[in-house]
Ligand binder design. Sequence first.
Ligand code: PMT
Length: 402
Amino acid sequence: MNKLQNRRVLLGVTGGIAAYKAAELLRLCQSQGAEVRVVMTHGATEFVAPLTFQALSGSPVHTQLLDAEEEAAMGHINLARWADVIIVAPASASFISRAARGEASDLLSAIILATEKKVLIAPAMNRAMYEDKVTQKNLANLTERGMVMLGPDEGLQACGETGFGRMLEPGALLQDVVSVFQTGVLAGLNVLLNAGPTREAIDPVRYISNHSSGKMGFAMAQACAEAGAAVTLVAGPVQLVTPSGVERMDVTSAAEMSEAVMAKIEQVDIFIATAAVADYTPEHKAVEKIKKNDQKMQLNLVKTVDIVSTVSSTYPELFCVGFAAETNDVEMYGKAKLKNKSLDMLAANLVGVAEGGFNSDENALKIFWSGGEHQFEMTPKHSLAQQFVELMAEKYNEKHTT
Ligand code: PMT
């Protein structure tokens, strides 16, 4: 259930009798938690009215490449960036030909050319058209460019002929969409993460905290689970839905977070510290609400336990990933934290700015490890987490094969 939670699916519909089945595919993707947007070619609108897809998706259907309103709101580049995955179902011979030639003459072809995300193509056409050498060459061209062909199926066709050319059923296509995210790169591993802020109580009604929403950590937890890991997430006080298949432990303070992490750590292969743990906590928590009797008041703070450093020094075999939230000199501080906290990887990000970092749906990360680094540009946190997890799995395997 909810295998597409927080995922954005762009559904391309082209002209063919199977266009009506795309409506069912849309519903199936939604039933797994996906947000779906629809792009239709002119041919598709001859088979099914855009209003059907608009009503089902709850969003306007995109049909025009050059439309002043759409360009301002969601043009082809924005749609290409918005999607986590693109599926064209049904994909007609004509669309496949345009995509193979790298045309950008209609909205859907332009998106296919502009995207860097996974593209799934579900061909649907008359069997002779499908078997034609030109179509086969076009399909081979798309496969070579990294697109994934789904089907077609064999059977009786709408034209009365029998052979290959039927679109795969929506249920089968849904599985293919889901499998884009289920990479299996962490299969068999136990991953523990912490996420969100901590709250350090001053008295029963006040606390010290920070702006972390938990979004980055929850996205990492989801990506690890999708990659096949058994995932435990120690969450600070945040209002987020637990990703599917993830075991969650809720805590409030840095001390509680530390205790929850240490209680689980012996069973894990990878620890990912995304939490913005308070560095200091009040030395004493007042039992009753502090009254404002004086002009000034002084609060004595003491250092909290550094959770990630404790883990990395106590369990050097464990693969340990830290994050660094910086307002300046991100690279310098990031590299220093990689070394000082004895981490296998460190993800540094800029915080305190309008875009990215705390509480934003997007983020950019600069990843450091011993002898290497990689920059992930500003992208939705769920997509970013998926890419980071792929890289992390690579580095984990390197550590365990050397
Ligand atoms: O939650 P979001 O709104 O989505 O925002 C995401 C984020 C900005 C919080 C996240 O991307 C991030 O940067 N997390 C780390 C925040 C942080 O505390 O950074 P730091 O540079 O202060 O700490 C470095 C590392 O030490 C972190 O892995 C932190 O978890 C760890 N630490 C810090 C203090 C402490 N007492 N114990 C720790 O384990």
